[in-house]
Design a protein around this ligand. Structure first.
Ligand SMILES: Nc1ncnc2c1ncn2[C@@H]1O[C@H](COP(=O)(O)OP(=O)(O)OP(=O)(O)O)[C@@H](O)[C@H]1O
Length: 241
């Protein structure tokens, strides 16, 4: 059997006395959008940063197609990630930023133009990033993630700062990405958005994965997803055994 696009097993991260992530186990399947949902400080970003090799786990493994991110020969071609665009120099333009990133992973300037179009960033491609709104920055982050035409997208709160039209656009984009057989792992604390975008859900609270399953499974027994989320967050009581 081939390895899952994303497989997290017994993953843990301690920062001093804080258990940011504790014994997390879940996977993300191809051709599906997996929502990684939890309240502020639940451990979502820490988990995604371990998956992307940015911080070292205290325990457990976070694998992409059976290997750690940094063990892949060309990881940027395999995985596109949106964490934040903080690394971009504010006086560069969006196009310059994408060309610089593209050059690092052997991507042509034609591909830069494609991702500018795909993400609706083309109209402000030649403006300085320092003048961008939060939503524009989010689109530029996504454009950066798409440069290598990846099989897997890992997105940390990608809808933060998007206006309603931007949120609908992002949802449509991610649904089409998954429909082409590729994999999306998407973190959020906004239940309504994830509910409309994801096929599968992983709920995390205070570092612990409290529920996993398809939306359909989580909503069974007449519960709304909101009920499941709130109960999983506040009580940790099992609902769907
Ligand atoms: N570098 C760090 N040093 C110490 N504690 C950290 C560090 N990074 C994260 N934490 C702590 O780990 C916990 C999980 O943080 P994390 O950023 O992963 O949560 P999150 O679910 O992404 O939250 P949010 O939705 O608010 O972005 C929090 O208690 C946070 O304060």
């Amino acid at each position: 059997m081939s390895a899952a696009p994303i497989e997290i097993t017994g993953l843990a991260k301690r920062f001093g006395s804080v258990d940011a992530v504790a014994d997390a186990t879940f996977s993300a399947a191809p051709a599906r959008v997996t929502g990684f949902l939890g309240p502020n400080g639940a451990g979502k970003s820490t988990t995604l940063r371990m998956l992307l090799g940015l911080i070292r786990p205290s325990e457990g493994t976070a694998l992409i197609l059976g290997k750690r991110y940094q063990e892949h020969r060309r990881p940027a071609r395999l995985v596109g990630a949106v964490l934040d665009i903080a690394g971009a120099h504010p006086t560069t333009t969006a196009r310059q930023h994408l060309r610089t990133y593209g050059a690092l992973s052997g991507v042509s300037s034609k591909r830069v133009d494609e991702v500018l179009d795909e993400t609706g960033t083309a109209e402000y491609a030649d403006r300085r990033i320092s003048t961008f709104s939060t939503g524009m920055r989010q689109r530029l982050s996504l454009a950066t993630a798409l440069l290598g035409d990846p099989e897997i997208l890992v997105l940390d709160e990608p809808s933060n700062g998007l206006d309603p039209a931007g949120i609908v656009w992002l949802r449509t984009f991610l649904r089409a990405f998954a429909a082409s057989g590729r994999t999306v792992l998407l973190s959020s604390h906004a239940l309504g958005e994830v509910e409309q975008t994801a096929d599968d859900m992983v709920l995390i609270d205070r570092g612990r994965v409290t529920r996993t399953g398809s939306l359909c499974e989580l909503r069974s027994k007449g519960q709304s997803l909101e009920d499941v989320f709130l109960r999983a967050t506040h009580e940790g009581a099992p609902l769907c055994n």
